[in-house]
Design a protein around this ligand. Structure first.
Ligand code: SF4
Ligand code: SF4
Ligand code: SF4
Length: 317
């Protein structure tokens, strides 16, 4: 069994080995941090300071360029034909929404502050939930949460089924067709690509650097630190400016905390929302729902095996 392992041989012989590997690495259990266990890193975004210059958006594209998809064409025909092709490879420059090639964008809101029409600009990307449904409910174990609270999708394992986008209250992950494991495993039957989103520059953080968007910002809009400290700062700032907080409790709490001088209801009414353009509405705790808790328990072992199968396949390819 070498470089040229066949798909049939892999499926026949690989599963048992993979199941063994899975026992020691079941995503959604070992990788699932307890909600706010003190190790999670959060970011505070002071919306007043953002001038909408998009230096953060450019920095994000530059440092993450190598992680972006390079799809094979023509795309395999899906059977049944119910999974739509999502192809952003000819629209890589789109930067007014989230795409597989744009993990951060700036939302605009015209609001009144002290009776004055004011334009606020809001950097938007994955919220990095404390208890992320995209991770807990990914059937393949492709989405993971690191100990420091970062959630990321492993492009080597993801089959592009988009469960993560469906269960995310903000529908953040974005699919690119024609790339990833499904092309080798089941090109016509499953998935349809790979899902992409902000990974909080996990590789930079692992090396002691800041996320690129934070480093590039000329206005110091974002601050990163342990979640409890970030929450203290957010409350102090909100008290100082008579402001409002988003992210402390949304979806059971996120590691992205916005502070705004106007209520988030006003911001939510003023921003453009839709596909790839997340809202700022209140969000209940998705993972507290009984059916999702049950689904997560059911999914974890399957995800462990699937993730190990994916890793095994990559290694033997
Ligand atoms: S915002 Fe969505 S994609 Fe990001 S961690 Fe939460 S559930 Fe996952
Ligand atoms: S943390 Fe990194 S990946 Fe996420 S938006 Fe900022 S630069 Fe992009
Ligand atoms: S770089 Fe800073 S000021 Fe410019 S758009 Fe991004 S967050 Fe706002």
């Amino acid at each position: 069994m070498g470089q040229q392992i066949s798909r049939r041989l892999f499926l026949k012989g690989g599963l048992a080995t993979a199941a063994g590997l899975a026992a020691s690495s079941i995503p959604g259990t070992a990788a699932a941090a307890k909600p706010d266990d003190g190790k999670q890193l959060a970011t505070l975004l002071d919306i007043r300071k953002c001038i909408g210059c998009e230096a953060c958006v450019e920095a994000c594209s530059e440092v993450n360029f190598d992680k972006y998809p390079d799809p094979q064409k023509p795309f395999p025909k899906m059977v049944p034909n119910r999974v739509p092709v999502e192809d952003w490879s000819e629209k890589k420059d789109v930067n007014d929404r989230l795409t597989p090639y744009n993990w951060l964008f700036i939302q605009h809101a015209e609001v009144k502050i002290d009776g004055q029409e004011t334009e606020l600009t809001i950097p938007r990307r994955c919220m990095h939930c404390v208890n992320p449904p995209c991770v807990k409910l990914c059937p393949w174990g492709a989405a993971k949460q690191l100990e420091n609270g970062i959630s990321r999708i492993d492009a080597d394992i993801c089959l592009g089924g988009s469960k993560c986008r469906k269960v995310c209250p903000w529908h953040i992950p974005q699919r690119q067709t024609g790339t990833g494991l499904y092309l080798d495993l089941m090109p016509s039957m499953a998935g349809n690509g790979v899902m992409y989103k902000c990974d909080r520059c996990y590789n930079r953080i692992a090396e002691g650097e800041s996320p690129a968007c934070i480093e590039a910002c000329p206005e110091d809009v974002q601050t990163i630190g342990p979640r409890d400290e970030i929450l203290k700062k957010a409350h102090a700032l909100a008290d100082e400016i008579n402001g409002y907080i988003y992210g402390e409790n949304e979806n059971g709490g996120t590691n992205t905390i916005y502070v705004s001088p106007v209520p988030f209801e006003d911001l939510n009414n003023a921003i453009e929302k839709g596909k790839g353009k997340p809202h700022l509405s209140p969000v209940e705790d998705t993972m507290a729902r009984a059916n999702n808790l049950a689904a997560a328990m059911f999914v974890a072992p399957i995800a462990g095996i699937a993730a190990a199968v994916g890793k095994f396949y990559k290694r033997t390819k």
